[in-house]
Design a protein around this ligand. Structure first.
Ligand SMILES: Cc1cc2nc3c(=O)[nH]c(=O)nc-3n(C[C@H](O)[C@H](O)[C@H](O)COP(=O)(O)OP(=O)(O)OC[C@H]3O[C@@H](n4cnc5c(N)ncnc54)[C@H](O)[C@@H]3O)c2cc1C
Ligand SMILES: NC(=O)c1ccc[n+]([C@@H]2O[C@H](COP(=O)([O-])OP(=O)(O)OC[C@H]3O[C@@H](n4cnc5c(N)ncnc54)[C@H](O)[C@@H]3O)[C@@H](O)[C@H]2O)c1
Length: 483
């Protein structure tokens, strides 16, 4: 259904100045939670428009989670090929074809795009491909590809413009045209030597994948450990994994300058422990964190304030400082995971429907898709100690899990923090093959408020990885002291 204003626009080619098309809900940026909001409210008969400059469905299905996990899976297959003789499957002339790797990924992405566009059509939400910015309270101007503009006003507006790869102010870095995850997921050849700046989620997942395709890889991080905020046993396990895979890591590094161009030859000069080092590679990937997409979109014109980190200031109901304007996902400072953007949608949906849903006290699981994976939910030991929370620690090596033996992947461990005054599970971490799937069982128990003994005494299907929860919770707990 089109408004009178919209018809006017189509007939004249341009809107009369200040005329706005009126919607119940206008969304700027098609992030995951925002997409769900569009489909949900449109399917209820509301007039909804989504303004998105490039990616139907936002980053996750196009340039982030799903394409990266697709490529990571191809890398896992490569790793199995390399280990073929161990499994009795000999591939004499094995080689990696990055064009085929990329084609598989692109096919998945374009298939998902079709599904998303079809959902827009089915639900009646309007998907507008263009760049949006606020020109007044609850009013956006959209620059369309053909050079024309539209002006949209929403009774409610949701901002979900996400974040982008942060670029550090290191001399020569911009000129070196480093890859971000976007270009790294589009490579058509295996890099000779990939230097990765940043040992966080993006850096670790892509480093291992590229190494498994056959690239030499060096990860450089400014901290003293990879994924530095995790517990010591986790960071040690990651360090061993990377060493075993043949990935070099340079920690405590201070980047001084970069020269050359990623894709041909690139040189990095860094300082480590007072000693200057030079690193030469063929490609450079920057994976040094994220920056919010809050600049140049007229937020100030709409009365939407930012916090001191440049993210949109929201309350626990995800309301911004401007009445009727909400924010969802990473741009709102939400933990940077798709499933949390999804939960932001639930919060805003319920509040728009008159409820009072807040973001506080969410238990957020996370999975790092290295192989083995790192999955965790609830408290880490570091967090429990910092908060002076006493706990019983249950921990077993993956050698205790029979399924791991059948897979020839016994690296890692399972560990759980359980209260001392009750049997509730406070936190769970698995560094294990397919750890994310095992975590889901523990998460369910935590949501249900089940005692750990329920997992200990469950009859698990044999041999599954979840079966490992029985030996985990049957092991003798230790009582680490809080610091
Ligand atoms: C490489 C990588 C891998 C990841 N893997 C995982 C994973 O496995 N699991 C997980 O849970 N999370 C993962 N994440 C994080 C996850 O991608 C995000 O948390 C998730 O996509 C949620 O983002 P969002 O909803 O905040 O917004 P996004 O999905 O980033 O959407 C924001 C959208 O706004 C658009 N936009 C911005 N400005 C404008 C404008 N002015 N006009 C119009 N449109 C605009 C952008 O084009 C973009 O499409 C990964 C991230 C990266 C970088
Ligand atoms: N599997 C997943 O769920 C998944 C995968 C990828 C990304 N993500 C999300 O996206 C977020 C962003 O990922 P990311 O890896 O870009 O950021 P990150 O914050 O996870 O890691 C960035 C790393 O770069 C390092 N760094 C920053 N500047 C540096 C410098 N100048 N020199 C050396 N090292 C430097 C930091 O110390 C840090 O270790 C993650 O935190 C996560 O929430 C999730």
């Amino acid at each position: 259904m089109e408004s009178k204003d919209n018809k006017e626009f189509q007939a004249n080619g341009a809107l009369p100045s200040r005329a706005s098309e009126q919607y119940d809900l206008v969304i700027l940026g098609d992030g995951t939670g925002a997409t769900l909001a569009a489909w949900t409210f449109a399917s209820q008969g509301q007039r909804v428009a989504v303004v998105e400059r490039k990616y139907v469905g936002g980053s996750c299905p196009n340039i982030a989670c799903l394409p990266s996990k697709n490529i990571i899976h191809s890398a896992r297959v490569s790793s199995y090929f390399r280990r073929g003789s161990e499994f009795g499957a000999i591939a004499d002339r094995f080689h990696v074809d990055m064009l085929a790797v990329r084609t598989r990924k692109r096919t998945m992405v374009s298939g998902l795009n079709d599904v998303y566009l079809d959902n827009f059509k089915q639900n009646g939400a309007e998907f507008i491909l263009g760049s949006g910015r606020f020109v007044g309270p609850k009013t956006l101007e959209v620059a369309l590809g053909d050079g024309s503009t539209r002006r949209l006003r929403g009774t409610n507006v949701i901002v979900s413009t996400g974040t982008r790869s942060a670029s550090n102010a290191i001399p020569g870095l911009a000129e070196a045209q480093p890859l971000t995850h976007i270009e790294a997921l589009e490579l058509d050849a295996v890099p000779g030597h990939l230097i990765v700046i940043g040992g966080g989620y993006v850096g670790l997942e892509l480093s291992q994948a590229m190494r498994r395709f056959g690239s030499k890889v060096t990860v450089v991080d400014r901290n003293d450990r990879l994924l530095h905020s995790e517990d010591d046993d986790v960071t040690s396990a990651l360090a061993s994994l990377f060493m075993h895979e043949g990935i070099d890591t340079i920690l405590n590094a201070r980047l001084k300058h970069v020269s050359g161009k990623s894709g041909t030859a690139v040189t990095i000069v860094l300082e480590q422990g007072g000693i200057e080092k030079t690193l030469v590679g063929t490609h450079l990937l920057i994976a040094a964190g994220r920056r919010p997409n809050t600049e140049n979109i007229g937020l100030e014109t709409a009365g939407v304030e930012l916090n001191d980190r440049g993210y949109i200031k929201v309350n626990e109901r995800l309301e911004t400082t401007a009445p009727g304007i909400w924010a969802i996902g990473e741009v709102a400072g939400t933990p940077q995971f798709t499933h949390v953007s999804v939960d932001d949608f639930r919060v805003v949906r319920d509040n728009l429907e008159g409820g009072n849903h807040v973001t506080t006290w969410r238990i957020i699981p996370r999975t790092l898709f290295t192989d083995p994976e790192l999955a965790r939910i609830g408290l880490t030991e570091n967090e429990a100690k910092a908060q002076n929370i006493a706990y019983r620690l249950f921990k077993i090596p993956m050698e205790r899990v029979l399924r791991a033996h059948t897979l020839s992947e016994t690296r890692g461990f399972l560990k759980a923090l359980v209260g001392v005054d009750n049997d509730l599970i406070l936190g769970f971490t698995a560094f294990a093959v397919d750890a994310g799937e095992v975590m889901a069982s523990v998460q369910t128990a935590m949501i249900a408020g089940l005692p750990y003994t329920a997992l200990r005494d469950a009859i698990w299907s044999h041999p599954t990885l979840a079966e490992g929860l029985s030996p985990l919770f049957s092991s003798a707990p230790t009582l680490p002291t809080s610091s």
